[in-house]
Ligand binder design. Sequence first.
Ligand SMILES: Cc1cc2nc3c(=O)[nH]c(=O)nc-3n(C[C@H](O)[C@H](O)[C@H](O)COP(=O)(O)O)c2cc1C
Length: 313
Amino acid sequence: MAAAVLPDLTTELGPLTLQSPLILASSPWGWGAEEAAELASSGIGALTAKSVGPAPRIGHSEPTIYDWGEGLINAVGLANPGAEAAVEGLLALKAALKRQGVSLIVSIFADTVDRYHEVAETIAQVEPEMVEVNISCPNVEAEFGAPFATECPAAAAATAAARSALACPLSVKLAPNVPNLVQIAEAVVGAGADMLTVSNTMPGMVIDVEARKPVLSNITGGLSGEALRPVAVRMVYELHRAFGGEVPIIGTGGVLRGRDAIEMVMAGATAVGMATVALRHGPAGVRRVLTELDEWMSDHGVETLAEIRGVVG
Ligand SMILES: Cc1cc2nc3c(=O)[nH]c(=O)nc-3n(C[C@H](O)[C@H](O)[C@H](O)COP(=O)(O)O)c2cc1C
């Protein structure tokens, strides 16, 4: 075994310098500055707020989240107050995070290309450190049609529309259930994305056999947690290879322990996103990932994650 070292977890994510490679992925937190401050104290580098769209949405009716043991299935349905109404809360959130050295990533979605531009313009008032363009939400297809992330022209158009309203770094969040992942990634990078977030949840369905009905009111939902990890690792690996490591990737999906974060980085991720672990265990679960990551690096003589990034070839 290599000699123990003191790992340096500072992470260069495109033009951003993060105090840690761990990022809270977009999910139902992010509105209350107090709650966010508690999560921020768990050692993250950035927090991604819940996706905001052009208009208020109540989302789907309960139950919207179900833990089936090997992951979560959710169909929240993009519940949000609308971009305009979200600005004030996001400004407060940004200030609370800043006090702890944590960057704010604002996630946006829309149902048309023009509305991606409008939402981005509204969100620009917040001056977040980064904007994540969610083109891949799987739970609103009945209303919105197929996600923008499933076709190159649509993915590029949504990206370009957001890019033209924003000066800050921009990541685009891709979908796992596409046969042409690399082409879609090339399209969004060509349209102005600085980096990629992979992955959003995977469409799935869980049935309660005693009740003889699906566990979610929406019937289908998005899988996250354990079940998603090998899918997300494969996506990170393919994209890291396709871009020769030149496009930073926020590897997201099933990171629940320190080893999972190491796996993401070995596949090629620059930073590591997490939602399920925080939903299940709160700040303590996130802190454990960081502690275990740090211990693994120390035990293996790895001083910076750059030493193992994309190491699997
Ligand atoms: C309850 C819930 C709500 C989510 N809401 C959003 C969202 O609003 N926008 C988004 O881009 N991703 C959303 N996601 C997806 C997560 O950001 C993440 O991509 C996914 O859960 C995989 O990471 P994980 O396995 O660490 O949870 C949500 C996930 C969950 C579990």
